[in-house]
Structures are given as C-alpha cells and as structure tokens.
Design a protein around this ligand. Structure first.
Ligand SMILES: [Zn+2]
Length: 473
C-alpha cells in the first residue's frame, strides 16, 4: 500500500486580507505536500482554509460597515486567491462557516467524555485579538502585549474542559514523539508548560458575547462554542468526520502521517488543547506538529497598526511566482524569526535566481545544441528528506543551491566554450556532466519551485530556453 500523508495549515481569521506572513506558511506546507505527492509518490492530501467564526471577524465587519457574512466572504476570497497567485497545490480550502463543519464540530463536542465537561461561573480577562483569556501576569500595563488593547472583563456561565484529566497522557505522547513536535526546542517548551500543571479552559461563550456568531453548543441554546474548539476541529471536519466518510477514514484514521503546519504563536492550542479534545472524543491525535517562526518586516512585527504590511501579490508582481516562493521561503529560518526588506529580497533574487540558477540554465542549454544526452535516474534525495522531516526548508534550499553553485563553478573551471574547438571529446564529457547536474537540480527543485523545475526539464529536452529569471533593480 502507498504511504499516506495528510498536511494542513492554520486556518486564518478572515478579518483582513492575507499578508506575506500568512503566505509563507502556505508555501511551506505546499513544499511538504509536493515533496510527498510528486517526489515520494505518497498518497497526499493538503488542506488549508479560513476561520470564519471568530468574534474578531464580527467586530472587523462592523468597523467596515458590512454584514459579517459579506465581509468574511470577501476576505476568504482573497485567501483563496493565494492558490493561483503562489501556485499552491492544496486539495481543499475549508470554510468554517459551512454547515458540514458545524455538524462535525458539534459531533466532536458531543463525543467528549461527560466527566471532561462542566459548567461554571467564570470571571476573566478576554483579548478578542488573541481570542483567548489572559491572566493578569500576561498583561503589560493592563494591556495585551500582542495587541496593545485592554482586555474585556467577562463574567458569565461557560462550559469548561477538564484539561488536567489529560496532563499525563499528553506528556507521554509528546515525550515519546508519538505526537512529534518540531523543532525540538518547541517540544521542550510545550513539555515544560504541561509539567507546570494544566488548567481547565473555557470552551464556550454566551450567545450574547459571541454576538450570535459561531457554532451553537449542542443541547444548550444559550451557548456558542469557543472559537478555538470549532476552529481546531476543521482538520477532521474537512475530511467528513461528521459522517466518518472516505476521506476521514483514509487520511485521519488509516494514515500514519497527520501533520499540522502552524505558527509558534498557536502552538499550545495545537499541542495541548487539540490533542486533549481528541483524546476525550476517542479520536486519533495528530502525529506531527511543525511550528514555524515569524517573518518580520524591517525588524518589526507585521501589523496593520504599524502599516508595514507587504502583500503577497506585491512580491509576486516583482519576482514572479517561483521568485516569490524562493525569496519568502529562504527568508524564514527554521530556528528564529526572519526579517524581510525589499532590498534584501531583490538582492537574493538577483544573486541566486537570475545569476545563479538562471545563468546556469541558459549557459548549459546554449552549449548543448546538437548534443544528445541520457537522462539520469534520479531518486528522492536523502538529505532533502532529512531537512524536510526536520522542517528546515531554508536549509533544504541552501543544500539545493550548493549544487547550483558547484555547477556554475564547474563551467568556469572547464570553459566548455573553449573546449568545443580544442577537444571535442572532453567537451562532450563536460557537457554530459552539466546536463546531468542540471537535470538533477531540476528534480531537486520540484517541491520548492515547481514551475521552474518543469521549465528546466523542458529546456533540457528541447534545447530551447528563455531567461528563467530576469534581473531586476
Ligand atoms: Zn491579544
């Protein structure tokens, strides 16, 4: 039987249009999906989507003077537009406003063990920006440090989930890598958080506070599910968990690779709340959580308030689709935040794509006219596999570019244009190696720059090439 691989991204709040921070995560997940689907030939399913049910969406719609539905439809379309814009190969874009998702989320809720849920009066500080209750100690001058807004004081009767019932089990799962958290330092962070003791968390809110938006709690007309409870369930509702349909069986139940790609800011929700909820409902937990760092722009957090947002379409306009994929992927290291500026992106594009790969391709093709070569047999590269397993996409690309630089150096060292007249046999040998190297590079590029990989392969076949990447200023 073929290996199966299910990979998801976070579903974004659709209270605004996507920026490069959203885009880079989708590209990362796309790399993993393409690696498994197109290189390893695994039976792969790639999911992304939008979180339609947050209170944030409701409030932003109001500010924009639109109905919530109209507002989220508009923004969800922009997120869906990333597919063509960035050549994403996802199989489904789930919208949590749709009724199948509601039914699935409600089924999950109804499957929670009775002893895990209780109702109580609660008073707390809520940040709508984070969609999360905060502790006094989390605040700076009484404000959420991420949103710089004052929290809302909320006092109402809510349902709570007894997270402490799962403390031991979660610790075991994560420690043993049954639920593998990558990178390792994030795993350790989650483990130490669990070991401090897990507190129960509120999993519903009053219909009034939710402004009657979201998934109703089954059997209680006064309560709407806490948005994270319904949002997290998208990973299985999208597969038809509601009716335990074929996709759900294939990619969740009968699959060893259930992989979530997310940002570090929402790791706890994915590594603690989500598996605890699944354990309570008697459903398998994910097998891997890959946590990425953030992009910053000019060393500042990407923020509407700061007005420093770069949109993915601007990046694509300047560098093309694969150019944008390349500069964004290489700007985000696996171990720390990555900073982008237009200047640095342009430099990188010119050096690595226009001069590096583009130049290599055009020189090899021009010198190969009237020559015939065997296409080498290329197997999936072990090193790339290792990097991608460790969610080190930047390092995987660094590794591919080592081949590009080597091949360019080989041309400089051997000067085939001089050999052509002086030593025909040697010329053929040199060109044979360059054709083979370039073909291997094209295959290494498949998950990262799929269009470029295809163009190089075609150029090698037809001996015709147009510049792959134009130099830009
Ligand atoms: Zn906040």
């Amino acid at each position: 039987m073929k290996n199966r691989y299910y990979v998801t991204t976070a579903i974004d709040y659709v209270n605004a249009k996507p920026h490069v921070g959203h885009a880079v995560e989708k590209i990362q997940a796309d790399v993993l999906a393409r690696w498994h689907r197109d290189v390893l030939k695994d039976d792969t399913y790639f999911l992304t989507g939008s979180d339609d049910n947050s209170l944030k969406n409701v409030q932003s719609a109001k500010k924009a003077g639109k109905s919530t539905e109209e507002f989220i439809d508009e923004n969800a379309k922009s997120f869906q537009g990333l597919k063509g814009m960035l050549n994403l190969s996802y199989n489904q874009f789930i919208r949590t406003a749709k009724k199948e998702h509601f039914a699935g989320a409600q089924k999950l809720w109804s499957s929670f063990k009775k002893e895990d849920i209780y109702k109580k009066n609660y008073k707390g500080l809520y940040c709508v920006g984070c969609e999360e209750f905060k502790m006094e100690k989390d605040l700076v001058d009484g404000k959420c440090p991420d949103h710089l807004t004052e929290c809302e004081v909320v006092e109402e009767e809510n349902y709570f989930f007894k997270l402490s019932n799962y403390q031991k089990k979660l610790e075991e799962l994560i420690e043993s890598d049954t639920l593998k958290i990558v990178p390792e330092y994030r795993k350790n962070e989650v483990l130490s958080f669990i070991r401090q003791g897990l507190e129960d968390f509120s999993i519903s809110r009053s219909v009034k506070r939710a402004e009657n938006w979201g998934v109703p709690v089954p059997g209680d007309e006064g309560q709407i599910m806490y948005v994270w409870v319904d949002a997290l369930s998208n990973y299985i509702t999208a597969l038809g968990y509601e009716n335990e349909g074929d996709l759900y069986k294939k990619y969740w139940l009968e699959n060893e690779n259930r992989v979530h790609v997310i940002g570090k800011g929402i790791l706890r929700f994915h590594a603690i709340y989500w598996p605890a909820m699944l354990l309570s409902a008697g459903v398998s937990v994910p097998t891997q959580i890959l946590s990425h760092e953030y992009l910053t722009i000019n060393n500042q957090k990407i923020s509407k308030t700061l007005g420093n947002i770069i949109n993915p379409e601007e990046v694509v306009e300047k560098f093309g689709i694969d150019g944008a994929r390349y500069v964004l992927l290489t700007s985000l290291p696996s171990s720390k935040d990555g900073d982008i500026t237009w200047e640095r992106m342009t430099e990188k594009y010119n050096a690595d794509l226009a001069n590096g790969l583009g130049n290599l391709t055009s020189r090899v093709i021009k010198l190969s006219q009237n020559l015939e070569f065997q296409i080498p047999d290329v197997k999936p590269d072990g090193k790339i596999s290792e990097y991608l397993e460790n969610f080190e996409i930047d390092r995987a690309l660094e590794y591919v570019w080592m081949f590009v630089r080597k091949a360019n150096k080989y041309i400089e060292d051997n000067k085939p244009w001089e050999l052509k007249k002086a030593d025909e046999n040697r010329f053929k040998e040199v060109m044979e190696k360059l054709n083979s190297d370039l073909y291997i590079i094209s295959q290494l590029l498949v998950p990262f720059l799929p269009e470029t990989a295809e163009k190089i392969k075609k150029a090698l076949e037809t001996k015709k090439t147009e510049p792959l990447f134009q130099r830009i200023r």
